[in-house]
Design a protein around this ligand. Structure first.
Ligand SMILES: Cc1cc2nc3c(=O)[nH]c(=O)nc-3n(C[C@H](O)[C@H](O)[C@H](O)COP(=O)(O)O)c2cc1C
Length: 395
């Protein structure tokens, strides 16, 4: 925790999930944070000024025309240790991308030099609209920390990506931002690798890379220097190294691990590759075709062997083992065989986990099995990082 009480400015915009931020503020006040609420005019149509001022214990700033003698947005921007825009509407995201200063929220974000977290929440179609996608890319380029919305039921009755993360998750990300006493350098791998058969066909798996992305987001939120080695082009406040095949991932991870303290292999690496890759597209023929595969190098084992005693190596184990005891014993066996510090095991049978927002991880160390329960991948990422950092501190 920083020496003085952290001053968090929560910028609320006009989304249906604005009510969830009342709980975020309550949780932050419990941690003794100073919380100042700034809102757009639309935000007040969802939750009124009385609620915001009562829960935060401070007058709300909802217009650049409030308290003009003090120029409130400039004062707040200067005093903030962290600005959190939540929920961030499509409209506000567009304002921020255009560097507008047309209301209290956009003027605050444009003025502050404090780190800014943005939690978009909107209907899936707004979130996936090319305009929003480009606006988000702009915010990420400017080093704002953008947290992808969750998937699930939306207010419109539809189902999809666009939900604001749970208040406890937002509060934890804020608390962790200030909590980190040590700042290890984190190396994360994400996504399923692709093993090309010829110039157009490849073998891959169902990994969406979301767990690796959530780890990178949580790591950056804590102010950790983070590198993401990924088969998916996830941009954020981390150093992204784009890879495709298992061999490429191995080479990059080996090189990068020299400069990192904690190595987390969240990627789903192909266990096999094609023995002889054709350089052009193989022509269709009517006869059957047997593809000869050879094993790829086990990246986790290789990294664990190369790791210095001060480095922490964490692996993931995706097993189709609906029986809890089988899952745990498979992961314990993997932990011992690969000589890693922790295995995060999950059961991926029956379409669980891959492509999903939630996961149920068991964090397995030499002498402990920690069932962290079912939760979002972002929340699980926070727990994995907590434990990995603890192992690092104790080494
Ligand atoms: C009932 C209702 C719910 C809304 N929910 C959202 C939402 O979750 N996300 C969003 O981007 N816009 C939402 N909107 C639209 C915004 O309120 C609208 O774009 C507004 O101009 C946002 O202004 P602001 O960004 O200045 O707060 C909603 C509108 C209504 C009427």
């Amino acid at each position: 925790m920083v020496n003085q009480v952290p001053n968090v400015v929560i910028a609320v915009t006009g989304g249906i999930s604005a009510y969830k931020i009342v709980e975020v503020i309550r949780l932050l006040k419990k941690e003794n944070f100073t919380v100042q609420v700034v809102t757009t005019e639309s935000a007040l149509k969802f939750v009124g000024e009385a609620t915001w001022s009562a829960i935060s214990g401070r007058e709300v700033v909802s217009s650049i025309w409030d308290e003009t003698k003090n120029v409130s947005h400039v004062q707040l921007a200067k005093q903030a240790d962290l600005v959190v825009v939540a929920p961030a509407t499509a409209d506000t995201i567009s304002d921020l991308a255009q560097a507008k200063a047309n209301n209290a929220v956009s003027a605050l974000v444009l003025t502050t030099t404090a780190p800014v977290m943005v939690f978009p929440a909107m209907h899936t179609q707004m979130w996936e609209h090319q305009g929003t996608v480009e606006n988000i890319e702009t915010l990420i380029k400017r080093n704002l920390m953008v947290f992808s919305p969750d998937k699930g039921p939306l207010t419109s009755g539809d189902e999809g990506v666009g939900r604001l993360p749970a208040p406890s998750e937002i509060a934890k990300l804020v608390v962790d931002h200030f909590k980190a006493e040590v700042k290890p350098k984190i190396l994360i791998s994400a996504g399923g690798t692709k093993e090309f058969i010829d110039s157009v066909r490849y073998l891959t798996n169902a990994s969406s890379g979301r767990q690796g992305l959530a780890l990178a987001q949580s790591s950056v939120a804590r102010g950790f220097d983070t590198t993401l080695v990924s088969t998916k082009k996830f941009h954020g406040g981390w150093n992204l190294i784009d890879v495709t095949s298992a061999d490429e991932m191995l080479a990059v991870m080996k090189k990068e691990m020299l400069n990192h303290d904690i190595i987390i292999m969240a990627a789903a690496v192909s266990d096999w590759k094609v023995k002889q890759k054709a350089s052009t597209k193989i022509k269709k023929s009517d006869s059957n075709w047997n593809l000869e595969l050879v094993a790829t190098t086990d990246i986790l084992t290789e990294l664990a062997q190369l790791a210095k005693p001060t480095q922490v190596v964490v692996g993931f184990a995706a097993e189709t083992a609906p029986e809890l005891s089988t899952l745990v014993s498979l992961a314990q066996e993997k932990l011992a065989r690969k000589r890693v510090d922790m295995i995060c095991a999950n059961d991926v049978s029956a379409g669980k986990v891959f492509e999903q927002d939630s996961t149920h991880l068991f964090l397995i160390k030499e002498n402990s099995v920690d069932d962290i329960g079912e939760m979002s991948k972002l929340a699980a990422a926070g727990k994995v990082l907590d434990q990995a950092v603890q192992i690092f501190i104790n080494k």
